[in-house]
Design a protein around this ligand. Structure first.
Ligand code: CO8
Length: 261
């Protein structure tokens, strides 16, 4: 498929998805969400893609959901609108491959929520994060009230969501919303570098780590510990567990294959 609002490229195992609707600062319409969902579905099982990076343009990662169509939505249709966003974002969160949001410019509303679904957020020094929905008379509808407090704590999330004020890159770094802040001109290179570092890790163990960490956000401690134990044990059936431990004992660098025994 050739998407209209996304640009795609694969560079050495890294699948880049650029939101590309510049006239609307990459605002997420239903069409954009459906294209995004289709690419994620395709790349989930695409062996050539090991890590996925999301990016926008210099001015905007994504400036939120598209307000124009949303302004006309009747109460009985709001559910359908929110449901598409929820479905796509859950797919992104649950993707069994590492994901990185490379954020320059505005990451507002639904754009901030998409970034929250990624495993890593690298911010350019011009990045602006925010959940301004309250200023539109609504609240975040794509997971913001749930994922943001889990990531940064209830206090900062309350401030961002009640007041709807944006924060800049270094403030996001302080809060733990961004993992790193880099000069705008280095954003892509840094994201590619992180992706390549992730690719050097044992893929099955990385997938298990992601599943275990994600479960920490949605289960009780008791249940989460059981999930962790199960995943931990499964890894003893991988070539990478044997290789990783043998390499340590033989004092050499491991060569991971990402294969089951
Ligand atoms: N929706 C629609 N159009 C947008 C959006 C948006 N979110 N953001 C920007 N645009 C459009 C502008 O209307 C403008 O279009 P035009 O040239 O036709 O007038 C164009 O993009 C350029 O924008 P500006 O001229 O406003 O650029 P500025 O540099 O002056 O301002 C801002 C940039 C500060 C980003 C400003 O555009 C802005 O405040 N945008 C809206 C941000 C916002 O409120 N986002 C949250 C939206 S609500 C949301 O995301 C809820 C998510 C719920 C998910 C579940 C349901 C789908």
């Amino acid at each position: 498929m050739t998407p209209k609002y996304l640009k795609l490229k694969i560079v050495g195992g890294v699948g880049w998805i650029y939101f590309n609707r510049p006239e609307k600062l990459n605002a997420l319409s239903a069409e954009v969400n459906l294209e995004f969902e289709a690419v994620l579905a395709e790349w989930q099982s695409e062996d050539a893609v090991k890590v996925i990076v999301l990016a926008g343009s210099e001015k905007a990662f994504i400036a939120g959901a598209d307000i124009a169509p949303m302004s006309q939505v009747a109460p009985n249709k709001a559910y359908d609108l929110a449901d598409v966003a929820r479905r796509v974002q859950e797919r992104l969160c649950d993707l069994p491959k590492p994901t990185i949001a490379a954020i320059s410019g505005y990451a507002l509303g639904g754009g901030c929520e998409v970034a929250l679904c990624c495993d890593f957020r690298i911010a350019a020094d011009n990045a602006v994060f925010g959940l301004p929905e309250i200023t539109l008379g609504i609240i975040p509808g794509g997971g913001g009230t749930q994922r943001l407090p889990r990531l940064v704590g209830l206090g900062p999330a309350t401030e961002m969501i009640f007041l709807g004020k944006s924060i800049e890159a270094f403030k996001a770094l302080d809060l733990g919303l961004a993992h790193q802040v880099v000069p705008l001109g280095q954003l892509e290179a840094q994201a590619q570098k992180l992706a390549e570092e992730l690719m050097s890790r044992p893929a099955i163990a990385l997938r298990a780590a992601k599943a275990a960490l994600r479960s920490a956000m949605s289960t009780s401690l008791k249940e989460g510990l059981q999930i962790e134990q199960q995943l931990f044990c499964q890894l003893f059936a991988t070539c990478d567990q044997k290789e990783g431990m043998a390499a340590f004992l033989e004092k050499r660098k491991p060569q991971f294959s990402g294969q089951w025994d």
